[in-house]
Design a protein around this ligand. Sequence first.
Ligand SMILES: Nc1ncnc2c1ncn2[C@@H]1O[C@H](COP(=O)(O)OP(=O)(O)OP(=O)(O)O)[C@@H](O)[C@H]1O
Length: 270
Amino acid sequence: MKNSKAIKAAQGTDEGDIVLSVRDITVSLDDKLILDKLALDIKRGEILGFVGASGAGKSVLLRTILGLLHKQAGTIKLFGLDLDKASDIERLRIDMRLGVLFQHGALFSALTVQENVQVPMREYLDLPKKLMDELALLKIELVGLPPDAAQKFPSELSGGMIKRAALARALALDPDIVFLDEPTSGLDPISASEFDELVVKLRDTMDLTVYMVTHDLDTLFTACDRVAVLGNKKILVEGTIDDMLKSEEPWVKSYFRGKRARQLDLAARA
Ligand SMILES: Nc1ncnc2c1ncn2[C@@H]1O[C@H](COP(=O)(O)OP(=O)(O)OP(=O)(O)O)[C@@H](O)[C@H]1O
């Protein structure tokens, strides 16, 4: 366990500590059932790693939580509020407390890094340009990018810098929870591990809650407090890495006790 916030996150069962609560979510796309009465909670201050086989429905769940896909049944509560019952203004306030880093960074290629970071500010806030410029520079610095990255276009950045710029944009409104969709995919192992360290540091300093879809075993072993595994349209298993290592569920067993995972486990315990 990484720090006192993570310990608190692991202990907290109080309703107020649950940032996101998903119950009995059912989603069908093109008449194909993708998620079937799925349930999941994420507690304040924790880093939840979300894994599952390719095509299991991780992105579908994320997009459903964010309101980008329609669900057939179930409830999604963010900060204790049922999204189906939220008024427009409540929904807007909730949206302002969420940050999202989509797969592949998804920066606007025609905008500089600074302008990309300012997109959520322009969407939700009415701030003078000078203040927005200062805020964007603060976020750019926060994610470890040099100040001269602000005026660069995404095509001028390395893969690791693109992820950091996308993270800066996700943090633009000082969110309470960030959703990261495979943030380390495509990065070399050193950049990936630096990105993981950054996420942990931001969680510790900004009191963030992190929901991270990932295939990256390094990330799961080193950065995540808890892991949830999606399979058979539901959460198959959830718990700590130790719980994953003890699980007899076949997919979980082969994923977490395969050769590569065993090497990482030994390294983490050394
Ligand atoms: N908009 C859509 N319309 C129809 N089917 C879709 C749509 N989006 C996803 N699907 C289907 O839903 C299933 C789950 O896809 P999803 O992208 O959520 O998987 P995933 O677990 O995120 O996979 P990966 O790890 O490869 O990113 C797949 O069978 C996919 O083809």
